[in-house]
Ligand binder design. Structure first.
Ligand code: SF4
Length: 682
């Protein structure tokens, strides 16, 4: 389709296609992707080939109210492109009220704000696009008092507070502001930056925020109404969308222990005392007393139930077990039915919800719906009730320390995302590792007649990022051993010998990482070694990233795939000369994993069951890790994949089409190829 830098997009809008404009389209247009309506909203002067194609595809699908799933590699310029398409689609229709740009990374917030700034600067004759940069309240508050009380507006009268808030809100809306600037200004002005962002969001065209605000019900239920956002009149852009399935699953991951039940019961007892002291009505007191009696019986029932399951696990090989949601729910039902109350379970459940929702603990902010043990207990029970008959949720029992614990594990993210996507006015899902797009369409639950899938090529020269794959090493369980480990160390040592700069090594797990660094004779004296640990915080990560910029000494960074250094971190300025991945990070055996494989096999067939639950996520983690060093056109790096399973068709076909790889038979060959590469690209 692309010729001479001009790509044409066929806009076959079709006579009866539903579209966001609310009337049938009657034209079939051949539209130049470099001069389509999106260019008016594009922050740069010219679009690159694939970027223009992406904008045309995204615009086309949005005006038809559809979803685009775009595998768009780093460097394509997908932020500016997706915003341009969405703004152009918004201008086409009064039905579109908001663009929700969702991302899990704060660094991406910054890019979105900078892009809209550039757009506003370039279009002096247009009204500025109003955008709000929103992060979690906790992160905007900075230091809260010990009991989590607010302090920014301390001592400010109601009237003055209203004035200050509306002033800061206007300031946010008049020009794109980074959230840090808003927080700083809020402090200076003595007002709440968080609430001002929420108020500004009601009037903004674009809101940049975390996935949770749309895809995690416990957050979206309160967050979206507070910003007057209706997903049904919004375009949703999901950046780094490969992370969304796990984020959705985490949103429904609830845990229950007997300690949680006990703590919830204490809270309820305190609540009852407060009600009595405040002169609550006899009906309310009676209802609270019934629920409290029920909680006491649940507590005993849960202790017995946990004990039985614990015995079932002890002595066996498994560390966890699947349990039936209905079986656990019976503990709650039995506790209710053995009460003196005449109400049936359903009525009792409603009464219990009503009572537990009223429980507040001192110091919690009502506006924020502060979490109590009662609310945690309630969320767990709501999840059990909601998914009692659904195979998409697994309930897992395991032992943590001395205590039994039960966890709700969502297996299929589409049960949450599918409805949201079809309700939105159009959506863009994009990422460099949204591979294959068909798998993500299944995981998000989008239908082929309401979506398109596109894969774009990388704009970076391929010969500046060769991928070597070694054929003599693996992390396959049955082939592990001292010989294999030494060969892995041999490959790494040769890459380090020949690399002129920093090298990052990514392993499948902390166990394997520890095995590798158990002795570090393979690290030349010209390198210092930095090792990722499970306990590292943001500051530790920033410290190591700063070390990589130290020109006095090279660093070898040893980290895990799926950890803090293999995703979402920008190794800008070509700071990595080489990236090495060791093995495949396949999910370890667990009840949750078994349930996931079975669920997907039942839904999509055996082959996809294995691919979706195990193989493809592992392969994509490898692709993510080796993609780290190349962030700009001028970057160059050698990428070494130490895993011979990539020569096996089962895994090689999971790599993106057209990926060129070079086999390496042993560490000497890896060394020679590395030397040759850096002779060409020093
Ligand atoms: S006033 Fe706002 S920013 Fe300040 S502590 Fe309270 S919620 Fe946080």
């Amino acid at each position: 389709m692309a010729t001479g830098g001009h790509v044409k997009a066929l806009l076959n809008l079709g006579l009866h296609d539903p579209n966001i404009i609310g009337r049938p389209n009657v034209v079939t247009t051949l539209m130049e992707d470099t001069s389509g309506p999106w260019m008016e909203h594009f922050a740069h002067k010219e679009a690159r080939d694939q970027q223009g194609q992406f904008m045309a595809d995204a615009y086309l699908s949005l005006i038809k109210g559809r979803t685009i799933i775009a595998e768009a590699p780093t460097g394509l310029g997908k932020t500016a492109a997706s915003l341009a398409s969405a703004l152009a689609a918004m201008k086409q229709s009064e039905n579109v009220k908001k663009i929700l740009f969702l991302t899990g990374r704060q660094s991406q917030h910054k890019i979105v704000i900078d892009t809209v700034r550039k757009l506003n600067e370039n279009r002096k004759d247009h009204p500025n696009v109003a955008i709000v940069d929103l992060i979690g309240r906790e992160s905007m508050c900075g230091k809260l008092t010990i009991d989590r009380q607010c302090f920014c507006e301390e001592g400010v009268s109601e009237k003055a507070r209203g004035g200050r808030r509306s002033q800061l809100k206007r300031w946010i809306l008049e020009w794109p502001r980074h959230v840090e600037e808003t927080v700083k200004n809020g402090r200076i002005e003595g007002t709440c930056p968080y609430m001002c962002c929420i108020e500004a969001a009601r009037e903004a065209e674009i809101i940049v925020m975390d996935y949770n605000h749309v895809f995690v019900e416990s957050v979206s239920d309160s967050s979206l109404p507070s910003m007057s956002i209706d997903v049904g009149s919004s375009i949703v852009i999901v950046d780094e969308a490969h992370n969304l399935p796990d984020r959705i699953k985490m949103g429904l991951e609830m845990r229950l222990t007997s300690k949680t039940v006990k703590a919830a019961r204490f809270e309820l007892e305190e609540h009852q005392e407060t009600l009595a002291r405040d002169g609550a009505s006899p009906e309310v007191l009676e209802e609270t007393s019934s629920v409290l009696g029920w909680m006491r019986r649940v507590e005993n029932g849960i202790i017995d139930w946990m004990g039985e399951n614990r015995e079932g696990l002890e002595g066996g090989d498994d560390s966890d077990a699947l349990v039936e949601a209905g079986e656990l729910l019976n503990v709650f039902k039995t506790a209710w039915e053995s009460s003196l109350s005449k109400a049936k379970w359903n009525a009792g459940y409603t009464m219990m919800r009503r009572t537990l929702e009223q429980v507040k603990v001192e110091g919690e902010d009502e506006e924020e719906g502060g979490e109590t043990f009662c609310s945690r207990f309630l969320s767990f029970m709501d999840t059990l009730v909601r998914f009692e008959k659904s195979e998409a949720m697994a309930i897992v029992f395991d032992i943590l320390g001395e205590e039994g614990r039960v966890t709700s594990c969502l297996l299929d993210p589409s049960v949450v995302s599918s409805g949201i996507i079809s309700n939105s006015i159009g959506s863009i899902f994009m990422s460099g590792t949204l591979h294959p797009t068909s798998m993500y369409a299944d995981l998000f639950g989008v239908f082929s007649d309401s979506s398109i899938e596109r894969s774009y090529t990388s704009p970076f020269p391929e010969d500046q990022r060769p991928i070597l794959i070694s054929s003599d090493v693996t992390t396959k369980f049955t082939s592990r051993g001292e010989g294999n480990l030494n060969r892995i160390r041999g490959h790494i040592a040769r890459v380090l010998d020949e690399s002129p700069g920093n090298v990052a090594i990514f392993l499948p797990s902390y166990n394997m990482l520890n095995e590798l660094v158990d002795q570090v004779t393979w690290v030349p004296a010209s390198f210092r070694i930095k090792v990722e640990t499970n306990e590292m915080n943001k500051q530790d990560v920033s410290g190591i990233l700063r070390d990589l910029n130290d020109e006095q000494i090279n660093t070898v960074l040893v980290a895990v795939m799926g950890g803090r250094f293999s995703e979402g971190v920008d190794y800008s300025g070509g700071v990595l000369s080489s990236a090495i991945t060791v093995g495949l990070p396949l999910a370890p055996p667990s009840s949750r994993h078994t349930a996931t494989v079975e669920y997907f096999s039942k839904r999509f067939g055996r082959e996809k069951g294995w691919r979706y639950s195990s193989a493809q996520p592992a392969v994509n983690s490898v692709l993510q890790a080796i993609g780290r060093p190349i962030r700009k056109k001028e970057d160059r790096a050698i990428l070494v994949v130490l895993e011979n399973r990539f020569f096996n068709r089962s895994y090689s076909r999971l790599l993106p089409d057209g990926l060129t790889t070079i086999p390496s038979a042993d560490s000497d060959m890896t060394g020679r190829l590395t030397r040759r590469f850096f002779a060409r690209y020093p």
